[in-house]
Design a binder for this molecule. Structure first.
Ligand code: ADP
Ligand code: MG
Length: 370
């Protein structure tokens, strides 16, 4: 089931009564979510992720814009008639009911010609429980289970009616790190097996990048970029997106283009023609540094951190005044932690230029032509 968001906007009166202007929680959001895909809705707290999800499921009504499931305009349908499954951060299970009863609950509420026999309901509940691998826990109460198990029950309950669309709002935030990793893989598997179009909300870029077919990066209610995770990482549309994706974060320098050459401070580091002369922000991914005695970027060595698979060089440069630079090198590289300076060449595809004022990316080299 494809889901079409057409110029969705949601305004709220400001919670702070002294501020007269509305909060624009979601601002002109348009996107056609392809059928059967898992979409990661990503952005910092307050950027409008939950509001978007609540608009899709019908808990909120848009101020303007339309929502379609396939060819059905569902904008004015209440949530219970949209055929959506919902999972929230706090599992929201009924504490006095067993796992079986919790999963059965949405089926028992079906009315009229949708009403199911007891046997069919039991069968469907068992299938949903199997899908999330909790069928051996059917007689337990929520309090007798771990957070991860409770979240599986919540997912089973969302799936039992075979929704047209599955919506998950920060479903892993209450789990500890190990369970988070495991449960996100589970969600990916379940989504693949069922083929249900799914929107997964998170503020955690790694989580979104790892399981999504496509990610949508939001800021202040406005979509910044939509694309496959790797594409958005490799070709960020602006400085915000570049900084939001990737751990460790992208290194951002003050730079200047003069005669087609990019300068970081005094260092002439890269030919960036045909970019015209201007001051820029220079983003360099941690994996974009190549250790070299003749390297053009001259940094002050701070420390070398060895972490098994690779090494991090922590160093400083006057054009990156506030923070240290973090360069990730392969474990074979031999940076000298006692040297005063450390020099790098930069991999052009790992370097991004941004306008100083509007922070939009300025393509250079092949990307400028393409
Ligand atoms: P996220 O889920 O990305 O953290 P939300 O969608 O919850 O963000 O909120 C987006 C913005 O809308 C925030 O500024 C929030 O304070 C505001 N907001 C959300 N719900 C309401 C509401 N009911 N009334 C007023 N402002 C709201
Ligand atoms: Mg939220």
């Amino acid at each position: 089931m494809k889901v079409v968001l057409q110029n969705l906007t949601k305004r709220y009166p400001n919670r702070n009564k002294k501020i007269r202007e509305d909060v624009i929680a979601v601002n002109g959001f348009s996107f056609e979510i392809p059928s059967g895909k898992l979409i990661g809705l990503l952005g910092p707290s307050g950027c409008g992720k939950s509001t978007t999800l609540n608009l899709i499921c019908g808990l909120e009504t848009p101020t303007s814009g339309r929502i379609f499931f396939g060819d059905d305009d569902v904008t004015d349908l209440p949530p219970e008639h949209r055929g959506v499954g919902l999972v929230f951060q706090n599992y929201a299970l009924y504490p006095h009911l067993t796992v079986r009863q919790n999963i059965l609950f949405p089926l028992q509420n079906l009315k009229g010609d949708k009403k199911l026999s007891k046997e069919v309901m039991e069968q469907k509940a068992l299938e949903a429980a199997r899908l999330v691998q909790i069928e051996q826990l059917m007689e337990r109460k929520p309090s007798e289970m771990s957070g991860g198990q409770q979240q599986r029950v919540a997912i089973a309950r969302a799936l039992v009616k075979m929704p047209r669309v599955l919506l998950l709002d920060e479903p892993l935030s209450n789990l500890d790190a190990r369970l988070r990793l495991q449960t996100r893989e589970e969600i990916r598997r379940i989504q693949r097996e069922t083929g249900i179009t799914t929107v997964f909300v998170t503020h955690d870029q790694e989580e979104a990048m790892s399981i999504s077919d496509m990610i949508v990066v939001m800021k202040d209610g406005t979509v910044q970029q939509i694309g496959a995770p790797q594409t958005v990482y490799d070709d960020p549309t602006n400085l915000f997106v570049a900084k939001f994706l990737g751990t460790p974060a992208i290194n951002v320098f003050e730079g200047e283009v003069k005669g087609g050459m990019l300068y970081i401070g005094e260092d002439a580091v890269l030919d960036v023609s045909p970019v015209s002369d201007q001051k820029v922000w220079v983003g360099v991914r941690p994996e974009g540094f190549v250790l070299s005695g003749e390297g053009k970027l001259h940094c002050a060595m701070r420390s070398v951190e060895v972490m098994g698979r690779d090494k991090s060089v922590v160093c400083a440069h006057p054009a990156m005044a506030v923070e240290n630079i973090r360069a990730i090198l392969s474990s074979e590289a031999q940076p000298d932690p006692h040297a005063e300076t450390v020099c790098f060449d930069l991999k052009p595809q790992k370097v991004h230029l941004f306008h100083r004022e509007n922070e939009q990316r300025i393509p250079f080299g092949e990307k400028a032509e393409g």
